[in-house]
Design a protein around this ligand. Structure first.
Ligand code: FBP
Length: 278
């Protein structure tokens, strides 16, 4: 874990981060900004109501939820007092023309996140995008404002742009995570590199800044996804931030419990079997 200076802001970051990461026990964060980022393509017809999905996940038990400012406010009755909140302050829709997909826009402020009771704020940086400059400017403003309130800033460090052929390649992910740390991220979420060994390189290069795996598209076999989670934990990751592999799962609650159990040390096989997912 990181050492924080004993300034008020440093203490605040430590307190809030420990609410999410629990001192390194393996954290499952539920990412649920997909109605903004992806829209209906992510949602089976019987899952169109965000409140129902969020209620299922929160009652199954997660270590935090990551929501847009609007959804955090709208669904406070569901998450407040039951799971720490991470407010995502940038976003985009997939309705944009292809050429504009590599930029995230501001959708809220750090002050709004503070007012909502957030334990962290989050912003995406597409490293390698033609709009990297704009996103870095926005990231820096968010990170600085958050530091003043003792709020940790999570960076979704996503290498993505015309020069990047394979966004999961170890050197690409490693570069994105190191770049995120270099620009002051307190917590980094990034793509899985596909193996325990390569992800360990990524975690080690972050040198104590917690790294979390981004869930990605739903795997057809839950056990495969649970094995990835076990591998990223074994690689030293702080946990995972998962959306589709939970809310598109046939049994949302079973998948939530199994994923969290694996991040806390259960084997994928026992977790899958215990939840009837094998
Ligand atoms: P998933 O687990 O569904 O991949 O969610 C993580 C996340 O970063 C979301 O926060 C975000 O909406 C989405 O992935 C971005 O997806 P994409 O890689 O298609 O831009």
């Amino acid at each position: 874990m990181m050492e924080w200076p004993l300034t008020p802001g440093g203490v605040g970051k430590r307190v809030r981060l420990s609410r999410i990461l629990g001192g390194g026990r393996g954290a499952l964060v539920f990412a649920f900004d997909h109605w903004l980022e992806h829209g209906p393509r992510d949602f089976p017809r019987d899952r169109l109501r965000p409140s129902a999905v969020l209620e299922e996940v929160v009652s199954a038990g997660v270590d935090a939820v990551m929501l847009t400012p609007g959804d955090a406010r709208r669904y406070a009755d569901i998450w407040a007092g039951r799971a720490p909140l991470i407010v995502k302050l940038t976003g985009k829709t997939s309705l944009r023309p292809a050429g504009d997909q590599l930029l995230q826009s501001p959708i809220g402020s750090v002050e709004e996140a503070v007012a909502l009771g957030a334990d962290a704020v989050a912003a995406t940086v597409y490293w390698g995008s033609p709009a990297e400059d704009v996103m870095l400017e926005r990231w820096t403003a968010i990170r600085e404002a958050a530091a003043a309130y003792g709020i940790p800033a999570l960076q979704l460090a996503y290498p993505r742009g015309p020069a990047i052929r394979d966004r999961h390649a170890v050197d690409v992910v490693l570069y994105g995570v190191r770049a995120a740390v270099s620009v002051g991220a307190d917590l980094v979420k990034t793509y899985y590199t596909g193996s325990r060994e390569t992800f360990r390189l990524v975690v080690e290069a972050a040198e104590g800044v917690p790294v979390m795996m981004s869930g990605g598209p739903r795997r057809s076999r839950p056990l495969e996804f649970l094995r990835d989670l076990a591998d990223v934990r074994a690689a030293g990751a702080a946990g995972a931030v998962v959306g589709r592999n939970i809310f598109e799962a046939p049994d949302i609650q079973a998948m939530t419990r199994a994923a969290r159990a694996v991040l806390r040390g259960a084997t994928p096989e026992e977790a899958a079997e215990g939840e009837g997912l094998a």
